[in-house]
Design a protein around this ligand. Sequence first.
Ligand code: IFM
Length: 457
Amino acid sequence: MTVVHVDEERASTAEAGRRFPNDFLWGSATSSYQIEGAASVDGRGESIWDRFCARPGAITDGSSGEVACDHYHRFEEDIALMQRLNLNAYRFSIAWPRIFPQGRGKVNTLGLDFYDRLVDSLLAHGLRPLPTLYHWDLPQALEDQGGWPVRATAEAFADYAEVVAARLSDRVGNWMTLNEPFVVANHGYLTGEHAPGRSSLRDSLAASHHVLVAHGLAMERIRSVVRDANVGIVLNFTPVTPVGDSPAAIDRQQIVNDIENRWYVDPIGGHGYPPYTVDRLAWDRSEVRSGDMELIARPIDTLGVNFYSRKVVGALEGEQPDRRAETAMGWEIYPSAFGDLLRGLHKTHGFQRYLITENGAAMPDADRVDGRVIDNDRLEYIAAHLGQVHQAMEDGVPVEGYFAWSLLDNFEWAHGYGPKFGLIEVDMTTQRRMPKQSALWYAEVAKSGEIRPRLDA
Ligand code: IFM
């Protein structure tokens, strides 16, 4: 795969000097299965990812999150690193199978104790905790009973959300229900590239509705136990541009855009599922019960926005114009789509506030000086995207924080440990952590509240 470095014109120096508000949140993001490891420790139950990783060929390098970054045992070290990077917030996810090993029923208090210690340590180091309750590690027991295509999974999620919120409510005010429901329904139940590896349009559509029901139910339950809770959901967006203006290209663009960019935010914003694609997929909406759309549309306090790239679609599958630059994932680097996205979202939905809950890049990390990764391409990527966030804020979009994906090199799902998204390098054999050049630069940004020029190597 060709990796082209970010155009110098768009480099950090072009954005340097843009200053963010003093109370802006500067953080990094991770998720439980990607970093925690300790898969069989302290009563954790099996998740769909444990099962999926064992399937031959499911993961490119045959790996799993069984050990990952061993964050479960090393979280103190990781939090100390975040403090060294001058961060003031941390987005992490809670592993449902640690709390309910069977998905529902008996609570595993040892699991709750772990997140209790994590939160205490974050607060002691001056970091605001921002937990996400679901980042794809469904308890396998619930999948065995039908998984997300079954409504009971949403109901179990609400019970789980309430138990976790009640335990942490005295210290945690900001909550996110689910991460990237599009990926849950699409990759998990339609393409099968993610756990649980099922491929059915019918199941995928059912799952897409039930994750939103889960969000609505959980929001109610969190609000019932956390006074003044600030609750939201994290959605991923990949703006879609058509190749040419043939009716076939426009049709494809609209379907892909509806599924990837509107299917979740529109119902949350009170506009319902996008009618064009509901019709094109011939979805009979039989899963949608009376009251569901109102539940889903209850106002959120914050929208979490994950952005990495845009998508260009032609009339035919795979039709693509040449790209100027892309990351090691083969994702086009196209920062201006980010600013346009934020302005567009705010114009259409006018949510109260936004957090950039994920943005970052997998890069080859080949350049080294004295053993340290000089990842100026990642640094430039982040700088260019921060510039877009800043411009959107100047244009009136209330963005309150930015969380770089990711704190550590980690388990990148079906790609295994190949792609490196971390600000901090992790040697997966020794578990040694080493901040990359981008981390040192990001520390300067977080400290000064300003986009900084590159550091000398
Ligand atoms: O690693 C993932 C993360 O879990 C969800 N958002 C996209 C990231 C990069 O692929």
